[in-house]
Design a protein around this ligand. Structure first.
Ligand SMILES: Cc1cc2nc3c(=O)[nH]c(=O)nc-3n(C[C@H](O)[C@H](O)[C@H](O)COP(=O)(O)OP(=O)(O)OC[C@H]3O[C@@H](n4cnc5c(N)ncnc54)[C@H](O)[C@@H]3O)c2cc1C
Ligand SMILES: O=C(O)[C@@H]1CCCC=N1
Length: 387
């Protein structure tokens, strides 16, 4: 095999592409990971210091995938010798008798995930700095916690390189020519590969247009807000304050989530699980802050120990599908091109298992999970004009 020839090329060194490339290299495939920006960068979806890991989902299939993902997170911690996960628990609050809240509770119970049910009476004893809204229930998923995101990318990319994998950053892919050997052109070179995996996050459709497909993906900008504590330490990870998820309620029809003070001393990250559409290359022109108004109302009513004005606002992108489920599939016309996309703002925790699935698909092996929720044809059934 010549220098420019690979068993597999992966486009995009976010969390999904990095774990996929690592899995391929682990299976002795000569693998190239291409990234348009200089690494590390903050222009996609995987940057920042923290993410939530949890099993509180409305679908059983995500809980099953998370069982595997937790094991793989722990393996990666051992292999790389770094701490990537910190157990904090996840406080879930929501209007009782609504599906979004009740299903999560039932699914955790059904899958024997350790949890503690709270009552309006004992809630204040556990969380004196949080108000539970009238008519809302609350429980804590005990094994949930924080993932260290930037540290993860560095560790996984480092392990990939140790296995002989090649990373070329600052190298944007400009053209893909399908075939039994796929030709991938970048601003700097041309590569030929038996298999291609596209994990380009918000840029996915910009790459897919040249290979005859568009997915129903919406790129949205999320204002990542940090809120300052009135009394330093009151919501700190070291004081065992948990991550939280507020399902829809009077403040918003979208979920609101948060992580304990950690990366910026004295500041709690609280965000709305929704944002405004943007082009990933123009995200700084998207200046809508209506989500911040919603969050200010939420913080002033429910997190009274925080100043109700964000002290820091950063940006991050979601790539959202119509049903919020991922795309993990072969290209409909070219089986040696695999696509991992549409992680809809909740994909980081699945990185290790997504890497394994995309690697299996790429190598023509049968993945250990039922991938029907993630198939491209679910969109085609509704819209015949994807190809
Ligand atoms: C604010 C925020 C909070 C979140 N919170 C959570 C959470 O708590 N828990 C959770 O599980 N998930 C969470 N997520 C979601 C999670 O972070 C994403 O699902 C995940 O990072 C998506 O990773 P990706 O690899 O698909 O995309 P990206 O990280 O965007 O990676 C795609 C990469 O492809 C590169 N690329 C694109 N086009 C090209 C090209 N032509 N040539 C070369 N390279 C290219 C890009 O530069 C980029 O580096 C959150 C996301 C955001 C934005
Ligand atoms: O995936 C997660 O856990 C976070 C919190 C809930 C909404 C999206 N991201």
């Amino acid at each position: 095999m010549s220098d420019g020839e690979f068993d597999c090329v992966v486009i995009g060194a976010g969390v999904q592409g990095s774990f996929t490339a690592y899995q391929l290299a682990k299976r002795n495939k000569k693998t190239l990971l291409l990234e348009q920006f200089v690494l590390p960068h903050t222009r996609g979806s995987s940057h920042g210091q923290t993410r939530i890991i949890r099993k509180a989902y409305e679908e059983d299939f995500y809980v099953r995938m998370m069982e595997e993902s937790y094991k793989l997170w722990s393996q990666m911690e051992k292999e790389a010798g770094v701490k990537l996960y910190r157990q904090t628990g996840l406080l879930v609050m929501g209007p009782e008798k609504t599906e979004n809240y009740e299903i999560r509770k039932k699914i955790l119970q059904k899958n024997n995930v350790p949890m503690v049910q709270l009552t309006p009476e004992n809630f204040g004893l556990h969380f004196p700095n949080v108000s539970l809204a009238e008519g809302h229930g609350a429980f804590v998923e005990l094994t949930a916690g924080v993932l260290y995101a930037d540290r993860t990318l560095k560790a996984v990319q480092g392990q990939f390189q140790k296995l002989g994998g090649v990373i070329r950053d600052n190298e944007k892919v400009t053209d893909i020519k399908p075939g039994s050997l796929v030709t991938v052109s970048t601003l700097n070179g041309v590569y030929r590969t038996k298999r291609l995996v596209i994990t380009a996050g918000p840029w996915t459709n910009k790459l897919l247009v040249d290979i005859g497909i568009q997915l129903p993906l919406e790129v949205v900008k999320i204002n990542v807000c940090y809120w300052r504590e009135k009394v330093q330490g009151s919501y700190d990870v070291k004081q065992r304050f948990p991550c939280f998820l507020q399902t829809e309620g009077e403040e918003s029809s979208h979920n609101i989530y948060g992580l304990p003070a950690n990366e910026y001393p004295g500041m709690v990250k609280i965000c709305l699980h929704s944002g405004s559409s943007t082009d990933p290359d123009q995200r700084d022109k998207q200046t809508d802050r209506s989500d911040i108004d919603t969050l200010q109302r939420f913080v002033s009513r429910r997190f009274t120990g925080l100043f109700p004005e964000p002290a820091v606002v950063e940006s991050c992108l979601y790539t959202v599908t119509p049903d919020d489920h991922f795309v993990l599939d072969h290209h409909p016309a070219y089986p040696n091109i695999v696509i991992g996309a549409g992680f809809s703002g909740h994909g980081f925790k699945f990185g290790p298992v997504v890497g394994q699935i995309l690697c299996d698909l790429s190598l023509g092996e049968v993945p250990s999970f039922d991938l029907s929720p993630f198939r491209i044809r679910r969109f085609q059934e509704k819209n015949k004009s994807l190809l």
